[in-house]
Design a protein around this ligand. Structure first.
Ligand SMILES: Nc1ncnc2c1ncn2[C@@H]1O[C@H](COP(=O)(O)OP(=O)(O)O)[C@@H](O)[C@H]1O
Ligand SMILES: [Mg+2]
Length: 229
C-alpha cells in the first residue's frame, strides 16, 4: 500500500480505511491525529482530519532531515477537506524526563541541537506569518520519540492554536469562515481530541451548525456583491 494508490480526493476516512484494509493497525492517537503502523512495523502513518500546520511539519522534517533529529518522512499529502497525511518512520515513546530534557535543549538552543533549532525557528516563523491561527512550539513530552535505530527525534512541534481557534469557532464563527476557506476546514469538528477530550457530540453539532450558518451569510454577501455590479 503506497500513498500513490490513494484516490486523488481521498479524505482522512478514506485514507484510514485504505490503510487498515492493507493491514495497518492503530498505534497512537492525539488531539489532532491518529497514527497507524504498517504491517512490517517499520512505517507509521499520521492521519489528521483537520491540520493547518501539516505542511509546515512536513517542511520541517524535510529541511531538518540532515540533523537526524526529526523522523524520516517518506510521503506527505494534504487530504480532501483540509486533512493531512504524513508517512514516516515508526517511532516509540520515551520517558517523560528524557523528553523534557530534549525540549529544554531545543528551547535553550543547546550545541547538540543548533542545526535543528535553526530550521525549527525558520519554519515556525513562516507558519506564524501564513496561518491565521498558529500556536507556540508544542513542548508536550509525547512529541519526543525514539526511532528504531535508537536516536531521539522531535515530532509534531507546530499546532494550530486550538483553544483560541475553537473558542472563536463557537463564539464568532464568521471570523473563522472569513479566515479559513471551507475546503480547508470541512472536518474541523472531527479531530480526535484523545488527550484533551472527550468532546461532547452536541457541542460538535452546534459548532458545525454555527459555521454552516456563517458560511451561508458569507455566500449571501458574495451573491449580493455580484448582483450589485
Ligand atoms: N512516527 C510515529 N510512530 C509511531 N507513533 C506515532 C508516530 N507519529 C505519531 N504517533 C502517535 O500518534 C499520536 C498523535 O500524533 P501527533 O503527531 O503527536 O499528533 P497530535 O497533533 O494529535 O498530537 C502520538 O502521540 C503518537 O502516539
Ligand atoms: Mg502530538
Amino acid at each position: 500500500m503506497t500513498v500513490d494508490a490513494l484516490a486523488e480526493h481521498a479524505d482522512h476516512r478514506d485514507t484510514e480505511r485504505a490503510l487498515r484494509a492493507a493491514g495497518w493497525t492503530p498505534c497512537g492517537a492525539g488531539d489532532w491525529a491518529i497514527a497507524l503502523r504498517s504491517p512490517d512495523g517499520a512505517t507509521a502513518a499520521r492521519i489528521s482530519p483537520f491540520d493547518p500546520t501539516g505542511p509546515y511539519t512536513a517542511a520541517l522534517y524535510r529541511e531538518a532531515a540532515h540533523t537526524r533529529q526529526v523522523p524520516a518522512l517518506f510521503a506527505h499529502r494534504r487530504l480532501a477537506g483540509g486533512g493531512d497525511l504524513q508517512v514516516m518512520e515508526w517511532l516509540r515513546p520515551v520517558p517523560a524526563a528524557e523528553a523534557a530534557a530534549f525540549h529544554r535543549a531545543i528551547a535553550g538552543r543547546a550545541p547538540e541541537v543548533v542545526g535543528l533549532v535553526d530550521v525549527v525557528r525558520r519554519v515556525h516563523e513562516r507558519a506564524r506569518r501564513e496561518l491565521p491561527w498558529c500556536g507556540p512550539l508544542d513542548d508536550n513530552p509525547s512529541n519526543v520519540m525514539r526511532a528504531a535505530d535508537g536516536r531521539l527525534v522531535v515530532v509534531d512541534l507546530f499546532y494550530a492554536d486550538g483553544p483560541d481557534l475553537y473558542r472563536t469557532a463557537a463564539t464568532d464563527p464568521d471570523l473563522v469562515v472569513a479566515r479559513i476557506p471551507p475546503s480547508e476546514r470541512r472536518f474541523m469538528t472531527e479531530i480526535p481530541l484523545s488527550a484533551s477530550g472527550p468532546w461532547d457530540e452536541a457541542e460538535r453539532a452546534a459548532m458545525r451548525a454555527g459555521l454552516a450558518a456563517a458560511d451561508a451569510r458569507a455566500d449571501a454577501r458574495a451573491a449580493a456583491r455580484a448582483a450589485g455590479r
